[in-house]
Write a protein that binds this ligand. Sequence first.
Ligand SMILES: [Zn+2]
Length: 334
Amino acid sequence: MTAETRRTALAALPDCFCPADGTRVPAGSPEWACPLCRGPLDLDFSPTPAPLTSLTGRVNSLWRYAECLPLPAPAISLGEGRTPLVELTGTVRAKLDFLMPTLSFKDRGAVMLAALAGHLGPDRVIADSSGNAGTAVAAYCARAGLPCTVYVPAGTSPKKLAQIGAHGARLEVVDGGRESAARAARAAADTPGTFYASHVHNPYFLQGTKTYVHEVWEDLGGRLPDALVVPVGNGTLLLGAALAVRELYAAGLIAKAPALYAVQAAAVAPLAEAWRAGAETCSARPRRRRPRWRPQRRQPRRRRPRRRASRSPAPRAPGRSCPPYGSSAAASSR
Ligand SMILES: [Zn+2]
């Protein structure tokens, strides 16, 4: 890609902005966080999805939702997206995103980051990950011919390390936990010529993860289920889901927004804990070890009232400002 082609391509991309203080960052900037408050950036992009009938005959990948994507379909696509939606029971279906090219939903966002990096032409792409995101970024960088370094915490599964290494990425193993790896990546991210392919900070990642909801909507014939249950680490799949629901609702393509349920593994559940505590922010600290289990006399079970996500503000990813799900503020912020 020549410098002139690159400039023209970048001029067509939406700018980023800080949802906390409104600072704007042009599309071609290497900034990966708000230059003022260092918070995560959002994308100034309010697309209108195409109606169901106009999707017929389009490419069989997430790039079929072209109107909703901030980037044109790149040559580096590995056919990501369009994973099967299978019926488990009469009312429950599962979306099989483990059938993506690198076996996780992270491919949806990684292809966006690699395509964006392709426009920027950095010397090196860096990412931090405990496994799946690093694998996905490494694979798409290999496809794009971009040198890639992935920062991983010590103790990352050898299988994940082998997966990342197999795509030709350099591995930087950082002492400490997941946050230590993220800190090391952030420290390297400001080096000139570096593109930080952060699945937490870069808003283009969410533009990819949201496509799984567009696929569910299409596969169900132009509707969404009453509830979407989403596994959550940092929350990128959940935030992507909220984005897509908002787009479909704003375009009048669904009559009602589904409830969003976020599920975290008990071992590391900062969002779940913050949600239960009614907190505005959350900590990524690992849970304290529970005391050893001892048999206790059985107590009568108390029933807890159920909470629906659509009636309260959505849980926040660490550091990311997420306006109340389904609110008018939310609809106007993108
Ligand atoms: Zn800011």
